[in-house]
Structure formats: C-alpha cells, structure tokens
Design a protein around this ligand. Structure first.
Ligand code: C2O
Length: 534
C-alpha cells in the first residue's frame, strides 16, 4: 500500500454560470474540486489550508475511518473547524474499501461548491468483479445558485422558512447549454465506438435526488456507495445526495452525439422549477455539426421509475465479496424522522420550520463532540437519545403537523461490536418528502423497506438477510420506512443525518457514540497534534 499526499488550498474564486458571475469558496480554485485517486489500503495525507473568511472542514464521505475518527470531518462532531489562516492534515487509511466516494465541506452550506470525487481502485492485481472497462469517467452532479449560498440559508433560518431552491443543476460543474444564456457550454465526454466505460456517478447536490440518463444507452449498474452489487441494466439511475453509483456504458450505437441528463426527483406537491442539467457523449469520428440525440428526463414525480431502481439493488454477495449481514440485533431502534413547526416570535409566519428524529431537533454544540467524548468533558452532550418515538403514531397521516419538537444535543451510546438495527420511519408530516439518511463511520445493510407504518411483527419476517444492499446513504420514503443494520466496530462519535442540507440545517441529525473495545486496535487513537481548536 502507498502513501498519497494531496494539498487542498481553500480559496475564493470567481465562477460564472447562467451568465452571471460570483465569488465562491473552492478547493484549489476549482468547481467541482479536484478528484482524489488511491488504491484500497492506501494511506491519504490531505493537507487542507484555509485561505478564506469562512471556517471550513472536509468530510471523506463513505470512508469508514477505522480508529481515525479525528479525520472524519463534520464540524463540531469530530473536530472544530479549520479557522481562517489555519490548516489541518487529514490522515487516514482506506482500510478494506474500494469504489467511488466523495469528499465535501461539512460545515454551513459550503458543500455547494466544495466537493469532489474520491476514486479508490482495488489493490494491485485485484480485478473488478465485472469485465475491465476501456476507460473510466467521473460524473459529479451538483446545484448552482445565482446568489450567495450562505445568504440563501442564513436568510431562511432567520425567517424560519424554506430556503430558495437552486437556479440550476450541474454535471461536472456545468448546467449545459440553455437558450437564455448564449455561449454557456456543457460537459462533454468522448468515447470510442465499441468500447465499454465505467461511469462513476456522484450526487453532490445539496437538496435534490437526481435521475441520470444517457440518450439511447443502457447502463449496467455494478456498484453503489462503494459496494459491489449484482449487475442489472437500466436506462435511468436515481441517486440521492451523498450516494454514488458506478455503471458500465457500452458505446454500441451509431457514431454520433448523445445527450446526458440529470433531472430532479421529488414527490413534493410544491412546484419547484429548477432545470435539468445536460451534458453530451460523443463518439470518436462524429462530425462537429452533428446534433445530439436528445432524451426526455423522467418527470419530477416518476415514482415508479424510482421504486424500480431501488428494488433492483442487491449486494453482489459472491465468494470474494460476501454479504455479512448481522443476524442478531442488540439495539432495536425506531427513528421517526420528519419536519415540524415550532413557535417563533421573530419568524416570518410565527413559526419556524424544524426537523427532528424522535421529536428531538438536534442542537449543534460549540465544541467537538468527539473531543468531549475522548477527554470526558462534561456538559457538552447527553447520551439519552430516545430509541423510540415519544408516542405511538400514525406516520402516514399526512395532515398531522408536529407543532413542538424538543431541542437537545443528545447522543445514543453503544458498546464496541454491538449489533444495531435502526428502522427509519418517514413521517410525511407537513408535506411528503424523502430523506436520504447518511451514517458516518460505517456501511450498513438495508435489510427491509416498506410503505406505511413499520410493523415489527410482520415486517421483520420479510427482511432480506441474504443479499441486502450495503451502503452509507439510504433514502427513506415519505410515509414509509427502511430498516438498516450495522456492527458498531468503529469506536468514536458518528454522525447520522439527512443528506438534504436544508434538513440538516433544520436539525434532522443525531450521533452515535461507540465505546472502545478491550482488544488491540479496538480503540480510538488519540487526536493528532494539529487538530483544530474551537
Ligand atoms: Cu456526506 Cu455527514 O455527510
């Protein structure tokens, strides 16, 4: 295994999209930021130097950080942010993991422009469990606001209302050509006829699940969230913020130009009008004047397409990549997640939109939780996070609005190696919205899902304990549930939150404390010397 060094200079840079220009926070002046390449078991040393007037921290999304929780990155969870003028070296090993990940800022809404891909190849000499592609390409999907993103969320938080949606989606940083902005190009990938390509598609958008589609071409899904799956063919991918999908594309159509689209999926009744992003695929030998073959993106409420995609996902579960689903469960948790309204005299409508898990709206501490845990600093958090909702409830009753969540920095404590099952129950309160829930520090197995209220007796019997999909971010359907299982074999403090950034801002988050084990390599290492201070 190798040691790989990267330097991330966090700097302001003017970027122009949609025919207007604004300064944005970038890594090394780029949007999206640079990609990181490594091999399984390599060690990464990434020096982040903060040259901007915002606090910053970077998360390596999907990397487990076994024993190195100090390098995980969420601000005030595992570290104090890197202050202006300061730096921090993220030092971690990609133990036993390979595939597509993403890195992103994990503070405020800076993720909007501060993100990039992490591509971890298998160990030298280890092939993919699918035919070797001719080449690989990264597609990173994002969002663009014409106004300053921090202003967007700060204003919304002050007024207690929902923030403005983005003005465009992007593919590798570009919305693609639109008639209202002449001269704006889009991303273009060249392919050779007859060859197969591995596409690594990442959703780094702040607030939207996205469909991804290429005119005329089938995509063969082989991996999601850096875990191999049983290959299946589809013409549309559905990827939630924080998720990654690897798919094989074979360039087997007539030589020409083909449109690539990324378009939002949201079953919200509220009509939101931000655009489909477009890019192109062109075959070598295509004349420059050839118009692209177009494709219609799925509609915003293409629930059947979304469901079909989700139901096709199964762990590869081969001899080399067995699926190790926990059979026994030590902690049975039921997390009811949703949005609510709390009274607020200074807010625009007399109420503030909040989000909660089991009626707890998580309050961010002003020092790092991991620090408080490691050094036994009292008064920062409590470890009484409720394992069940306060009262039994009909979670599918959409007109019920939660009018009073409680606020607290409450964590849930488990011992080393405990087996944890969390049923994530979507409540659909206020209005129906899906929640892509991300867990730091672990991959989990999604052993069951369904619509309506989770029924422990009945639903547990239908769990898939053979080849459930393994991932780090799972979409909880509005008015439905998902059951996940993981083994708490990574000591530290691990964030769980909705990867729709607006919901995180509203408090849809909590954290697990995993205690040290008694054996060798079962303890959280001490913090590095350059760990930022609050
Ligand atoms: Cu990709 Cu806690 O985030």
């Amino acid at each position: 295994s190798d040691l790989r060094r990267y330097k991330f200079n966090v700097v302001m840079r003017n970027k122009s999209r949609l025919c207007s220009s604004k300064p944005v926070v970038t890594v090394n002046g780029r949007f999206p930021g640079p990609n990181i390449y490594a091999r399984e078991d390599d060690t990464l040393l990434i020096k982040v130097v903060n040259h901007v007037n915002y606090n910053i921290s970077i998360h390596w999304h999907g990397i487990k950080q076994l024993g190195t929780g100090w390098a995980d990155g969420p601000a005030y969870i595992t570290q104090c942010p890197i202050q202006p003028g300061q730096s921090y070296v993220y030092n971690f090993t990609v133990n036993g993991q390979r595939g597509t990940f993403l890195w992103h800022a994990h503070i405020l809404w800076l993720r909007a422009t501060v993100h990039g891909a992490i591509v971890v190849l298998p160990k030298p000499g280890v092939p993919y469990p699918f035919p070797k592609p001719h080449q690989e390409a990264v597609f990173i999907l994002g969002e663009w606001w014409k106004s300053d993103v921090e202003d967007v969320i700060n204003e919304a938080m002050d007024l207690g209302v929902a923030p403005n949606v983005s003005d465009a989606h992007t593919i590798n940083g570009h919305p693609g050509p639109i008639s209202s902005c002449v001269g704006q190009g889009g991303f273009d990938l060249g392919v050779m006829p007859g060859k197969t390509y591995l596409l690594r598609v990442i959703n780094a958008a702040l607030n939207e699940e996205l469909f991804f589609k290429i005119a005329g071409h089938k995509l063969r899904v082989v991996e999601i969230d850096a875990a191999y799956v049983k290959p299946f063919d589809t013409d549309t991918l559905l990827i939630a913020p924080g998720q990654t999908t690897n798919a094989l594309l074979t360039a087997d159509l007539p030589i020409g130009r083909y449109q690539v689209v990324a378009s939002p999926f949201m079953d919200s009744p509220i009509d939101i009008d931000n655009r489909t992003a477009t890019a192109t695929l062109h075959y070598t030998g295509t004349l420059p004047s050839t118009p692209a073959v177009l494709t219609d993106p799925p509609s915003r409420n293409a629930t059947a397409t979304a469901t079909k995609f989700a139901h096709s996902l199964r762990s590869l579960n081969s001899a080399e990549y067995p699926c190790r689903v926990p059979r026994e469960v030590d902690h049975h948790l039921l997390f009811a997640i949703g949005l609510g309204l709390n009274r607020c005299s200074t807010c625009a409508n007399g109420y503030r939109v909040v989000a909660d898990i089991n009626n707890v709206t998580f309050a961010m501490p002003s020092v790092s939780l991991l620090n408080a845990h490691f050094f036994n600093i009292p008064g920062v958090f409590t470890d009484d996070f409720p394992g069940d909702p306060p009262t039994p409830y009909d979670y599918t009753a959409r007109r019920v609005v939660n009018m009073g969540t409680t606020t607290g920095t409450r964590l849930y404590r488990v011992r080393y190696n405990a087996s944890v099952q969390v049923v994530l129950q979507g409540t659909g309160m206020i209005f129906p919205e899906n929640h892509p829930i991300h867990l730091h520090g672990f991959n989990f197995f999604a052993v069951g899902k369904g619509l309506g209220n989770f029924d422990s007796e009945k639903d547990t019997r239908s769990f898939n304990l053979d080849d459930p999909v393994e991932r780090n971010t799972i979409v909880v359907p509005s008015g439905g549930w998902v059951a996940i299982r993981f083994i708490a074999d990574n000591p530290g403090v691990w964030f769980l939150h909705c990867h729709l950034e607006v919901h995180t801002s509203w408090g849809l988050k909590m954290a697990f404390i995993v205690e040290n084990g008694k054996g060798p390599n079962q303890s959280l290492l001490p913090p590095p010397n350059d760990l930022p201070k609050c």
